[in-house]
Design a protein around this ligand. Structure first.
Ligand SMILES: [Zn+2]
Length: 324
């Protein structure tokens, strides 16, 4: 039987959001909660509670299942959480715990892969068979589509676009590596640049955006100053665009994608990071690969819920032998 709905759950470091989603991608009901700090079982309880809230009153047979996106490295084939820096979920069998206490089939995946899945079905990459997704936020994540399917690698741990080495002796990355994209383009890295400028005479607008306290300058303050026309703040973000573009040249040469989709809170707040990155790729990628388009993601705050719901639809359809 073809179901009408899926439940998508987006688990973040600060917030968990769930939605009841129609096959066409409309979120008919949603619910949010702060991510509990009380350990893994509190997080699982919150997921179960939100899933129950959004599905209340809908017949069980109408719902394909629950998709859950986690900010974690996930062995997709085994459905296990291997590493998770921001939440205490490594080694926790999230899928089995949620499934044992809800009526639905549950599938988990990395949030970057799900952002790509959501954009491919409902967003900027509709109908695009080969694309790279990169999400700029607290972390830098991503996903890849190759020949119309998500590419996750041998165990599902792949497509970590944010953790490619771009400088051999670069700064430490939160993942423990060195010189990764995230160590240049994550929220913390942009905030650090903002604080460096705010400490000089050029940093008045950034300092003002942060309420006058250098220690509290965030990436969002840099964006705010830039949008009000501040040149030094804009320079920080232009430089970020150059780093983004140049670090994607290798992937573009390797995979020859049709499109690069830039999402995440920072990516979506800052169109000229994307414009600058597009210029770098056009300048530097090998001939024949320069026609790649670089676009902003379209799903915004709903990306996590929609991508997770897509996963639940796809898993249901493949169990039932249905085709998209
Ligand atoms: Zn890293």
């Amino acid at each position: 039987m073809r179901t009408s709905y899926a439940i998508g759950v987006d688990v973040g470091g600060t917030r968990i959001a769930a939605g009841l989603v129609e096959r066409k991608g409309r979120i008919v009901k949603d619910a949010k909660a702060l991510t509990p700090k009380g350990g893994p079982f509190a997080v699982v309880d919150a997921v179960i509670d939100l899933a129950a809230q959004v599905s209340a009153g809908v017949h069980q047979g109408e719902i394909s299942g629950v998709g859950i996106g986690l900010p974690a490295q996930i062995d997709f084939a085994r459905q296990s959480v291997e590493f998770c820096t921001n939440l205490p979920l490594a080694g926790v069998d999230v899928r089995a715990l949620v499934m044992s206490r809800s009526k639905y089939q549950v599938t988990i995946d990395n949030d970057g892969n799900l952002a790509a899945l959501g954009e491919s079905r409902y967003g900027a990459a509709r109908g695009v068979r080969d694309f790279i997704m990169i999400t700029l936020g607290t972390g830098v994540g991503g996903g890849m589509f190759v020949a119309g399917e998500p590419y996750r690698g041998s165990r599902g741990l792949g497509a970590e676009v944010g953790h490619m080495v771009i400088q051999l002796d670069g700064p430490a990355c939160p993942c423990g590596g060195t010189g990764h994209i995230e160590s240049y383009l994550g929220r913390a890295a942009l905030a650090l640049k903002g604080r460096e400028i705010a400490a000089t005479f050029k940093g008045r607008a950034i300092l003002e955006a942060a309420g006058g306290d250098i220690d509290t300058v965030t990436a969002e303050d840099v964006i705010k100053a830039s949008l009000s026309g501040d040149e030094p703040a804009t320079r920080i973000l232009m430089d970020a665009g150059v780093i983004l573009g140049r670090s994607l040249v290798g992937l573009v040469n390797l995979l020859n994608p049709q499109m690069v989709v830039v999402g995440g809170g920072i990516g979506e707040a800052c169109p000229f990071i994307i414009e600058r990155a597009a210029e770098m790729i056009a300048d530097e990628a090998l001939a024949g690969r320069r026609d790649v388009t670089v676009v902003q993601a379209e799903l915004g705050n709903d990306a996590g819920i929609l991508g997770a719901a897509c996963l639940a639809f796809d898993e249901y359809d493949s169990r039932e032998g249905l085709h998209r």
